[in-house]
Ligand binder design. Sequence first.
Ligand SMILES: Cc1cc2nc3c(=O)[nH]c(=O)nc-3n(C[C@H](O)[C@H](O)[C@H](O)COP(=O)(O)O)c2cc1C
Length: 329
Amino acid sequence: MVDAVDRLYRVLYRRVLSPLPERAAVTLGQWGLRALPLHRFPIWRNADPRLRITLGGVPLANPVILSSMYYDTRILARAMWLGFGAVTAKSITRAPRPGHPHPNLVRATTPEGPGLVNCNGFKNPGLDAYRQALPRLGHRARLIVAAAGESAEEYVEVVTGLEPFGDLVELNISSPNTKLVYEWSTRPAEAAKLFQAVRKATRKPLIVKVSPDFRQTNEETLIPAALDAGITIVNCGNTRRVEEPRLSQGSGGLSGPALFATTLENVRRLRDRFGSSLEIIACGGIDDPARACAVLEAGANACAYFTGFVTRGPMLARLILDAIVQARK
Ligand SMILES: Cc1cc2nc3c(=O)[nH]c(=O)nc-3n(C[C@H](O)[C@H](O)[C@H](O)COP(=O)(O)O)c2cc1C
């Protein structure tokens, strides 16, 4: 049954979603997630107790995480039934943001497989409206709420506003399509103050999400500063900044399997360098069970993906979970 549904999605992706213009494919895909009663079927899940982990002290049913992209609580609620140990909400900013104009998402054909390039620009309803929406979201899986901003004060305000609703809180300091957020990595001393301020503002476990474009800064300054502040979880990482003339901004963030080699290398190096003081969420290009098993084997505590959810469909989490259990037998 699992294989049959997986094959069915591949056909749907190749024959229906791929030929559609990106904007129409996104609309159709998101409609499907909201409208189809996927949650009624138990096939998405694997409840093997060997999959259980803790992240920042929070128990998760398994180490597979849906990475940040959706803010619609109906979609997040459905995603919580699709096998994930945790789902991550979109990065929220203090004020609502309309996002960048279309085209803000295009497909990328890379030698490693199908990817995406986006310049979404944090389209989100803003903190106050999101605080109204979040209580409607159940907690079938763990919820990671995420904050982005342009000043330490903004992060503190967004984190303290969101944290009552999340099990963990992610600080996005790395999305490449909003200049001031991406530039945190070029101002590590200020980022260190931001980590201290946010750490003081909440007792929830915090995650710092870093960029694959700043390897040296991540290792030499940002992650040590996070650890100094008492933030022990890193998500590596976000999309990679690329020039993309098809997008309204002329550049965007590349996601998908072209990132995977770097993700794997980063996990290995971070585990070597920081040992057990750091919990690592591997993210970037994980779109099949072998890649998920490889990052966990290399020392990641958990693995997260977004592009694989689009290109491989809702069955991917289950396929990964089955492969992890198999590898641990
Ligand atoms: C359309 C789109 C929107 C995204 N929005 C966010 C976001 O709001 N916050 C964030 O931290 N990452 C965001 N990401 C990055 C993903 O969460 C993930 O880190 C990145 O895509 C790499 O993983 P992947 O190769 O599995 O997609 C977004 C990615 C895409 C494709």
